[in-house]
Design a protein around this ligand. Structure first.
Ligand SMILES: [Zn+2]
Length: 112
């Protein structure tokens, strides 16, 4: 399913009507398609457009994590501030929380 990322958020193309796009807010979740309004409000089931965006975000996150882990692996031990500045606090902290990265005395390295 085609997921477009624009300034005003995510849009996913309808699978039955080419050229028709629905606006998706994955964090709410919310979608402008009729199925969402009908099903989510009644059964708390998200539509395939919301699922497509969630999947897209999941894959993109995976790539970011791979990049961070690859960077640390290459260097061996990275200054924590450098890593946070380069990749952002949120993603680095998540890897620390998961235990894939270890921090000691201001240095970050991979879990061996
Ligand atoms: Zn939808």
């Amino acid at each position: 399913m085609k997921v477009l990322v624009g300034e005003d958020g995510f849009k996913v193309e309808s699978s039955s009507q080419k050229g028709v796009f629905y606006k998706v807010k994955p964090e709410k979740p919310e979608c402008s398609c009729p199925a969402f309004r009908f099903r989510y409000l009644r059964q708390a089931v998200v539509c395939k457009h919301v699922q497509a965006v969630q999947e897209y975000l999941h894959q993109r996150k995976g790539k970011v994590y791979e990049k961070i882990l690859g960077f640390v692996k290459e260097i061996g031990e990275v200054d924590a501030v450098t890593l946070l500045e380069r990749f952002g606090e949120e993603d680095v902290n998540e890897l620390l929380r998961r235990g894939e990265l270890l921090e000691s005395r201001g240095k970050i390295r991979l879990l061996e």
